[in-house]
Design a binder for this molecule. Structure first.
Ligand SMILES: Nc1ncnc2c1ncn2[C@@H]1O[C@H](COP(=O)(O)OP(=O)(O)OP(=O)(O)O)[C@@H](O)[C@H]1O
Length: 380
């Protein structure tokens, strides 16, 4: 655990970048520091590896003041990733990644073998190993930056806006990759961003800082969304926090209806049995949804796929959140969402009204502490 104890940083010109900040950063989790430009995020991160020294207060790593060990030893236990990756331009990708192990005396062959392993882990093709940084895309360079920081297998990773310079699609890929790597390696990650959506997606816990380096709130993302501490945090979270909070509620308990799901080969008796339903979802012979129809428009043996209404975006109960289910219902021309299994076969349908009731039930369960586990992560 990293404990930041009442730390203040006053730069020589008098700027107070961080003001009596206290934070407990848990092991093997992602702690995100988020806040507006200039609120002291980078300064805080750099105090953890002593690139910046606090003016007052102390930082403890596993109970020991970080000033009690040589700065090089401290930094070896902390990988550091920055925006634009900061790669050595005159070294190949493989040698960039092998840099720290080489400095620590690992034989060249061994260091390169480990670097090749890491390239795979961060999703880089082996064919890029001999290239130079300028021959890689921005997203690929960021992956090299992450691999290089992991090379000496440090328990802690400090990441300063590592994904800010890439486009949204690449950024999402890098975020997913980081969550996967974290799941596999269990590093203690401190991640700086000014993007609240990135903070909510990645953070096990999120520290919202306000200008002047003061802590506004430190909480799991679901708690930030449900109970922002004050108007500043609420404003920073943005307008649709109610909808975004639904990402933390699973859709697995939704009561699905199976009766309105009919195969394209449905006979007259089957169609007659469901003729009272407002809408029917027609599936192909494998059970995959084709589209919606009013019952009276369907004729047994002559169902025309072309005349069915688009079924929108289905959700997977157990994998997707209530947010995805609601999105499916809102996008559907019928107001009903389609639930599918992992293979895309329809397992039922659910109305907006039933989703609305499930949302209310989830809110009251949350209010009663049912989701109090601080490690609750957003579902899709
Ligand atoms: N070396 C320095 N000397 C004087 N002031 C500094 C120095 N470095 C940073 N500051 C000031 O300290 C404050 C916090 O800066 P810091 O870089 O920590 O913020 P940040 O939250 O990371 O900002 P951004 O999101 O824009 O990167 C700012 O007002 C900044 O101008």
């Amino acid at each position: 655990m990293i404990r930041i104890e009442s730390v203040t940083k006053r730069y020589p010109d008098g700027t107070v970048a961080v003001d009596r900040l206290s934070l407990e950063i848990p092991d093997r989790a992602i702690t995100v520091l988020v806040g507006p430009s200039g609120c002291g995020k980078t300064t805080t991160l750099r105090m953890i590896n002593r690139m910046v020294e606090p003016t007052e207060g102390s930082i403890l790593l596993d109970g020991t003041d970080i000033r009690q060990q040589p700065v090089n030893t401290l930094r070896r236990s902390m990988g550091y990733v920055i925006q634009h990756a900061g790669l050595f331009q005159h070294r190949t990708i493989l040698d960039n990644i092998a840099t720290v192990p080489r400095l620590l005396g690992t034989p060249k062959k061994e260091a390169r073998a480990r670097a090749a392993e890491l390239m795979e882990r961060v999703g880089l093709d082996a064919s890029l190993a001999k290239r130079y940084p300028y021959q890689l895309s921005g997203g690929q360079q960021q992956r090299v930056g992450v691999a290089r920081a992991l090379a000496a297998d440090p328990p802690v990773l400090l990441m300063d806006e590592p994904f800010s310079a890439v486009d949204p699609v690449v950024r999402k890929g890098l975020q997913d990759e980081l969550l996967r790597i974290q799941g596999e390696l269990g590093k203690t990650i401190v991640f700086v961003t000014h993007d609240i959506d990135e903070a909510i997606k990645l953070g096990t816990r999120v520290a919202v800082l306000r200008t002047g380096g003061r802590l506004a709130q430190f909480a799991p993302p679901a708690d930030l969304l449900s109970a922002p501490a004050d108007a500043f945090v609420e404003d920073f979270l943005g307008a649709d926090r109610g909808i975004r909070r639904l990402s933390f509620f699973p859709s697995v308990d939704l009561q699905l209806q199976t009766a309105p799901v009919v195969g394209i080969d449905a006979d007259a008796a089957r169609l007659a049995a469901v003729s009272h339903a407002p809408w029917l979802l027609v599936t192909d012979l494998d059970g995959r949804p084709l589209g919606w129809s009013e019952p009276e428009r369907l004729t047994a043996g002559a169902i025309d796929r072309e005349r069915l209404l688009d079924f929108g975006r289905p959700f997977v109960p157990g994998t997707d959140s209530l947010r995805t289910a609601l999105d499916g219902a809102v996008l559907s021309p019928t107001g009903w969402a389609v639930a599918v299994d992992g293979e895309g076969r329809a397992v039922g349908v659910v109305s907006q009204q039933v989703i609305g009731e499930a949302i209310r039930a989830a809110h009251s369960r949350a209010a009663n502490g049912a989701y109090a586990d601080t490690d609750v992560k957003a579902v899709r």
